[in-house]
Design a protein around this ligand. Structure first.
Ligand code: AMP
Length: 280
C-alpha cells in the first residue's frame, strides 16, 4: 500500500515510526511529472532500503521570477499511479504553503564556490532554493539514504557538499543519467520542445560524445569545447550557455586531463534550456 501524505508532520511521524522499527528509509526527491529516469532512481532506492519515500514538490524557491514555475508540468495523478504500481511506500506531496508557511523564513545558502558558476550563474539563487528544500525534505523523511540523478551534476555536487558541510546523517547515492533512445537525457522540460526542436535536441548528447573522443585523443581541451559550441549552434541550438570540462569535485575548468573530470553542457532551444553532462 502506498501512503499518500500531504501533511509534513504526518510524514515526520511515519519516518520516526519506521526508524523505531529499525527499518532503512530510502528517499527520492522529485518535482513530479515522472519519467523513466525518476523511476530508475526509485528502483535504486528500493534495492537498498526497506521503505522508500518519493516526494513530489515543485519548489518555488528554486525558480527565478522569469522562470517556468507556473507552467512547470504537474501530473500528480499519473505520478501517483506510477509510484503505486512500483510499490513505493509513501508519496509526500505537500502544498507550498505548508512547506513555507512564512513569506520569508530561514533559508540556506549553497556553497558559493560551487553554486555561483554554470547553472548558478545562469539562475541566481537557484541552488540556495535547492539546498533549502532538500534540507527540509530530509528533515521530514529522515532517510538513511537519498538518491539523486547525475543528470543534474552540479545540483548533486552541491547536495553532497551540504551533507558533508553540515554533517547530516544521510548517505547520498548517485544514479546514472537515463536517456531516450536517441540519447537525449530524459527531463520533464523536454515536453516544452516542439517537433523541430525535439529533432535537434539529441545533438547535445552527440556533441558530448564527440568532445569526449577528441579530448581522449589528446586534442587541446579549450579548442574542443569551442568547437563543440559551434557544432551545437550549427545543429540548431540558439545559444550555448556553457560547454566545459571541469574537475568532478570542484567543478572548476581543467586544462589538462590530470584529474577526474566531467564535461558539463547547457544550451538553449527556444525558451527551453537543456542540460547534459558526461564524465571522462
Ligand atoms: P526533478 O524532478 O527534475 O527535480 O528531478 C528529480 C531527481 O531526478 C533529481 O535527482 C534529478 O537529477 C533526477 N533526474 C531527472 N532526470 C533524470 C535523468 N534523465 N536521469 C537520471 N536522473 C534524473
Amino acid at each position: 500500500m502506498t501512503a499518500m501524505i500531504q501533511d509534513v508532520s504526518t510524514m515526520q511521524q511515519q519516518a520516526l515510526r519506521w526508524r523505531a522499527e529499525g527499518l532503512v528509509i530510502g528517499f527520492v526527491p522529485t518535482m513530479g511529472n515522472l519519467h523513466a529516469g525518476h523511476l530508475a532512481l526509485v528502483e535504486q532506492a528500493q534495492q537498498v532500503a526497506d521503505k522508500v519515500v518519493v516526494s513530489i514538490f515543485v519548489n518555488p524557491l528554486q525558480f527565478g521570477p522569469d522562470e517556468d514555475y507556473n507552467r512547470y508540468p504537474r501530473t500528480l495523478q499519473a505520478d501517483l499511479e506510477k509510484l503505486t504500481e512500483r510499490g513505493v511506500d509513501a508519496v509526500l506531496s505537500p502544498r507550498a504553503e505548508q512547506m513555507y508557511p512564512k513569506k520569508r523564513g530561514t533559508r540556506l545558502v549553497a556553497d558559493p564556490a560551487l553554486a555561483n558558476i554554470w547553472e548558478g550563474a545562469a539562475r541566481p539563487g537557484h541552488f540556495d532554493g535547492v539546498v533549502t528544500v532538500v534540507n527540509k525534505l530530509l528533515n521530514l523523511v529522515q532517510p538513511h539514504l537519498a538518491v539523486f540523478g547525475q543528470k543534474d551534476y552540479q545540483q548533486l555536487r552541491l547536495i553532497e557538499e551540504m551533507v558533508s558541510d553540515l554533517s547530516m546523517p544521510v548517505q547520498i547515492k548517485r544514479a546514472p543519467i537515463a536517456r531516450e533512445e536517441d540519447g537525449l537525457a530524459m527531463s520533464s522540460r523536454n515536453q516544452y520542445l516542439n517537433a523541430e526542436q525535439r529533432r535537434i535536441a539529441p545533438a547535445l548528447f552527440q556533441t558530448l560524445i564527440w568532445a569526449k573522443q577528441q579530448i581522449k585523443k589528446g586534442v587541446l581541451i579549450e579548442a574542443v569545447c569551442e568547437h563543440a559550441c559551434q557544432r551545437l549552434l550549427q545543429a540548431g541550438f540558439e545559444k550555448v550557455d556553457y560547454f566545459v570540462l571541469v574537475d568532478r569535485q570542484t567543478l572548476q575548468p581543467v586544462a589538462e586531463l590530470n584529474v577526474p573530470s566531467v564535461l558539463l553542457a547547457a544550451a538553449r532551444l527556444g525558451s527551453t534550456r537543456l542540460l547534459d553532462n558526461m564524465e571522462i
